[in-house]
Design a binder for this molecule. Structure first.
Ligand SMILES: O=C1O[C@H]([C@@H](O)CO)C(O)=C1O
Length: 546
């Protein structure tokens, strides 16, 4: 195994990703940042210099389990103190499985400012995938806001509440197109002919098969992605091989990755549209467009057709069908333990707490402490976070998930779930009505430090007596991010076998900021000494010695 060394400088720069000029956070001048390429069991070393001048930073390696290195998970407040301006922090971890992963800022709403990218882990030399393709391409899908993260964060934590609203653009690998003739724009900010916002191009050679590694790091939007006139065969989800299935459009939630195979088998005399579209919200955001370019046509030549409009935003059935179609590829994913040791039901609600709009799990809205949990637990700094364990369920008998609930007993807390090391844990995500009538939203939940089996989905209220009988105990997929549909539930199972402290949260940036997450702790006593580079904040100010 080798070492992959990266030297990154993180800073603010003016960018015109969608033709509208705004400050973006870049890595070595780029957003998305460089795709990390490594082979299984390589050690990735990222030497990160924070040149943001007045802003901390932390980077999470999304989908990398960090076995033995929980302090390099990059989650500010959970696994490390954020990196202060001017400092250089060294992340060092092993990528122990092949597949497609992501990285992004995990501090405040910083991810929205463009600090993101992809990780591609290849098989060891001589080994091959159970499918074939000629070339490999990583494509990151995001949404894009023109407001700064500070304006957004301030609105979210103010009275009255100011919601971030729908994104202005969808970007395909960092490129989008905002309509510069939109009334009310300040002059000089939007330039439709800026080469920075020329469409992203995926060039293919006729007859060849491509593996597109597609990841989503949207702030808010759930997406549908398609390539005009072509079907895609899904072969990988979150780093795991799935039984191949064919889709016309791929539904992808923030925090997910998929590999699809696509054959350049259409008329080669023209180009085609690649389209991303918001689903699950009645969004005003225009579709994202890229060019699927058949060589040797000119890469900038617009396809002669009107871009596909994509599926209806509110049609849940095809999204559920994609989830149902996904099964573990035979011989690649071990079946789950057939029983679990603990079941935690997590009711997802929007609440008002002291007048502030928040999101909660079992009526607890999550607040990060100033001292990272990993250090606090390891060093028994019990005073730095709430020691009362959060609840393992809610009053499901008496709770109506279909109507607005007042949830007057909702509170904020920094308490965490202690999991018994090596125990098998079931999590049931239960969706419910928001504070708006007849409204329930889609939430993609991401677990740090583990993959989980997706045991089942359902509509309405989860029934602990009957629904587990329908769990897929034979060939469920494993993922690190899964969605819970409006008014539905999703059941997942994982083994708490990775010593550390791990966040589990809604991957919608504003929702996690508003408290929609929990933290698990397991086996921290088994860990050796953590690196002093993660200290320096909260109660650990005096820890760093010269
Ligand atoms: O957290 C959210 O707040 C708004 C809305 O519910 C209140 O305006 C919305 O759509 C969210 O996802």
């Amino acid at each position: 195994a080798g070492i992959r060394h990266y030297k990154w400088e993180v800073k603010y720069e003016y960018k015109s990703q969608d033709c509208y000029k705004k400050l973006a956070i870049t890595i070595n001048g780029r957003t998305p940042g460089p795709t990390i390429e490594a082979r299984v069991n390589d050690t990735v070393v990222v030497e990160l210099k924070n040149s943001l001048l007045t802003e901390n930073v932390a980077i999470h390696w999304h989908g990398i389990r960090q076995k033995g290195t929980p302090w390099f998970d990059g989650t500010a407040g959970v696994t490390q103190c954020p990196i202060v301006p001017g400092d250089t922090f060294v992340y060092k971890f092993v990528v122990d499985r092949p597949g497609t992963y992501l990285y992004h800022a995990h501090y405040g709403l910083q991810r929205e400012a463009g600090l993101n990218g992809m990780i591609r882990v290849l098989l060891p030399p001589g080994e091959s995938e159970p499918y074939t393709y000629d070339r490999d391409r990583s494509i990151l899908l995001t949404d894009w806001y023109h407001q700064s993260t500070y304006e957004q964060a301030t609105g979210l934590s103010s009275l009255p509440f100011v919601w971030v609203g729908e994104p202005q653009s969808l970007l395909i690998h960092g490129k989008g197109k905002f309509d510069c003739s939109t009334p009310g724009l300040k002059s000089g900010l939007c330039n439709a002919t800026n080469p920075e916002c020329s469409p992203y191009v995926i060039t293919v050679v006729p007859g060849k098969t491509y593996r597109l590694r597609i990841g989503s790091l949207t702030s808010l939007a759930a997406l549908s992605f398609e390539i005009e006139g072509h079907t895609m065969t899904v072969v990988e989800a979150d780093g795991h091989n799935v039984e191949p299935f064919v889709v016309k459009n791929l539904f992808i939630y923030s925090g997910e990755t998929y590999s699809v195979l696509i054959k350049a088998d259409q008329a080669p005399t023209r180009n085609y549209w690649a389209v991303s579209k918001v689903v699950s919200r009645n969004s005003t955001t225009p579709n994202g467009l890229a060019i699927f370019n058949y060589y040797p046509n000119h890469p900038r030549r617009s396809p002669p057709t009107v871009p596909p409009v994509g599926p209806a935003w509110n049609d849940v059935a095809p999204r559920l069908a994609q989830g149902e179609a996904m099964k573990a590829r035979q011989g690649y994913i071990l079946p789950p333990p057939q029983t679990s040791d603990r079941v935690i039901v997590m009711l997802n609600t929007q609440n008002r707490i002291n007048g502030y709009t928040r999101w909660s799990v079992n009526n607890v809205s999550y607040n990060l402490p100033d001292t990272p949990y990993l250090i606090a637990v390891k060093d028994r700094l019990n005073h730095v976070f709430d020691q009362t364990p959060p609840p393992d369920g809610y009053d499901s008998q008496n709770y109506d998930i279909f109507s607005i609930a007042n949830n007057t007993n909702a509170t904020t807390s920094s308490s965490i779930y202690k999991l018994q090391f090596n125990s098998t844990v079931d999590i049931i995500l239960q969706n419910a009505n928001t504070m708006n009538a007849n409204n329930s939203e889609t939430h993609p939940w991401h677990l740090h430090g583990h993959d989980f089996w997706v045991m089942g989905y359902g509509q309405g209220k989860f029934d602990i007596n009957s629904d587990p009988k329908n769990y897929n105990l034979v060939n469920p997929i494993m993922k690190n991010t899964v969605s819970v549909q409006p008014y539905g539930w999703t059941a997942l199972r994982f083994v708490a076998d990775n010593p550390g402290v791990w966040a589990f949260h809604c991957h919608i940036e504003a929702h996690f900021y508003l408290g929609m997450g929990v933290v698990f702790e397991e086996g921290v006593e088994m860990l050796g000494r953590y690196p002093t580079s993660i200290t320096g904040c909260g109660d650990t100010k005096g820890y760093r010695r010269p």
